[in-house]
Ligand binder design. Sequence first.
Ligand code: RP5
Length: 164
Amino acid sequence: MKIAIIMGSDSDLPVIKKGISVLKKFDVPFEIRVISAHRTPSEAEDFAVNAKDRGFGVIIGAAGKAAHLAGVLAAYTTLPVIGLPIKSSTMDGLDSLLSMVQMPKGIPVATVAIDGAENAALLAIQILALSDKVLADKLLQYKIDIANEVIEKDKKLQAEIDNL
Ligand code: RP5
């Protein structure tokens, strides 16, 4: 299954790129589109309505400011939707976060941190991994790798501690 990344504007791309790197690292097929809940609402509806039949398993909706994109996509699909709030305003992204996370009951959006593109990608991969053993094994290895990175950092710190 594929992952869809829908962003409200091409100005969101610098943040999204961090998530794309994760998807590429896990070799997961994905599509990325610019679709705006406010400026191209018909396209948002059309994408969400057809996403399941087009082979998508998860949708990531990334937007800033009055960030209704993920919620609108979720309104039109039963696929899990991950909200990625973008820090694109004068409010440090708190407006984007609250617009995404405070969904009314019945239409959940699994919202990650402001600009948390890596975690949005990882969460999407974790959802697909429920029915994909290869991905599940890659996730296990990923956890081992990031644990080893921290252990190495700690060892380096202990070796340098007298010189701090
Ligand atoms: C949102 O408004 C977009 O997701 C973007 O984060 C923000 C600004 O969009 P542009 O004015 O750069 O197109 O809809």
